[in-house]
Design a protein around this ligand. Structure first.
Ligand code: CP
Length: 346
């Protein structure tokens, strides 16, 4: 079993992972399912949270992390089937994966979109090549299209905060809040185009968990059509809702969660300069600031990090008591331990 996207898991399975992560966080679960075993972490791109939380999580589960960086601390890798390898790639994924799995019980992979060719990159070719050649579980640590570990940490953070606030309200004999939240996923201006994995996975998971989701972005920054259809279907199945808007002000009205993220236009993959020119008009407009947060229903502020302060979000918002960005980062550790424990059971 792999963990490539939350789409491969049903609601009960996702709920069970979050329950397990909450147990691990509270110290209830102390098993060492990785005792005597190793897990490879393959990073084609930089990372703070993913790398540190996976390495610490594997250690806490009793295991050993083997970190590899193709093109830096390990050989450059070719993933295309039938490639004539007379260029700059030294090793094929077929050998890389088959050798590695003789040593390790699972492989985590980080491989960002290069934002060069939308039609190819939207199929997650490198991640899927790992899944094709491996017989051990593959864990997506952020691919071109998905960042499911981040999305699960985000869903855990929303549940955790919601449960805490509900308990406080109950103590004050106030009305009970619903588990389904009104959530805004908002595009934000950034000086250069970024991959779509985080917004894709966040929107998908929010729909699977039955939240009422509003997605705001300027025209031209639509998510993948096929993914939007999946999000709509999951939302309907889970009793939630999904709506889209291009209005960055009214988008904030009455929501309980604000999730900010910038991403590149799928229409400008291969032409970053065109995207940079077109997005320039959104600078200072598509930013999460105090005025927009004042339109919400006392929303919490979320971002996967790293974040550019006073570009994506103002200091006043990210430093406010409603900001949960550090909790999201902490929850990466707990949810990934839950995922690892589940995958190696099978
Ligand atoms: N959110 C996240 O994945 O952070 P890193 O890129 O630092 O791993």
């Amino acid at each position: 079993m792999n963990f490539l996207t939350t789409n491969n898991f049903n609601r009960a399975e996702l709920d069970a992972l979050i329950a397990s992560a909450l147990d691990l966080k509270s110290g209830v679960a102390e098993a060492k399912p990785l005792a005597g075993r190793s897990v490879a972490l393959v990073f084609f791109n930089p990372s703070l949270r993913t790398r540190a939380s996976m390495q610490v999580g594997i250690y806490e589960l009793g295991g050993n992390a083997v970190i590899l960086e193709p093109g830096s601390t390990s050989w450059t890798l070719e993933h295309r089937e039938g490639a004539v390898m007379d260029g700059d790639k030294t090793e094929h994924l077929k050998e890389f994966v088959r050798v590695l799995e003789r040593y390790v019980s699972a492989i985590g992979v980080r491989t960002f979109a290069e934002l060069k060719d939308w039609e190819t990159e939207r199929t997650d070719p490198i991640l899927n090549a790992f899944a094709k050649y491996a017989s051990v579980p593959i864990i997506n640590l952020e691919s071109a299209m998905h960042h499911p570990c981040q999305a699960m940490a985000d869903m855990m953070t929303i549940k955790e905060r919601s449960d805490t606030e509900r308990t406080e309200k109950d103590q004050n004999k106030s009305s009970e809040s619903s588990a389904a939240k009104k959530i805004l996923l908002t595009w934000a201006w950034h000086p250069k185009p970024l991959p779509m994995a985080v917004p894709n996975s966040f929107a998908l998971a929010a729909a699977q968990f039955g939240h009422n989701l509003r997605i705001a972005h300027p025209k031209g920054y639509e998510l993948d059509d096929e993914l939007i259809e999946e999000i709509k279907k999951h939302s309907a199945d889970a009793g939630g809702s999904v709506e889209f808007t291009n209005d960055v002000e009214s988008a904030f009205d009455d929501v309980e969660v604000v999730y900010a993220k910038s991403w590149g236009s799928k229409y400008h993959y291969g032409n970053a300069n065109q995207d940079i020119r077109e997005r320039s008009v959104y600078r200072d407009k598509w930013i999460v600031d105090e005025a927009k947060m004042a339109r919400t229903n006392d929303a919490i502020f979320m971002h996967c990090l790293p974040v550019r302060r006073n570009v994506i979000v103002t200091d006043g918002v990210i430093d406010s008591p409603r900001s949960v960005v550090i909790d999201e980062a902490e929850n990466r550790l707990h949810v990934q331990k839950a995922i690892l424990t589940e995958l190696i059971k099978v």
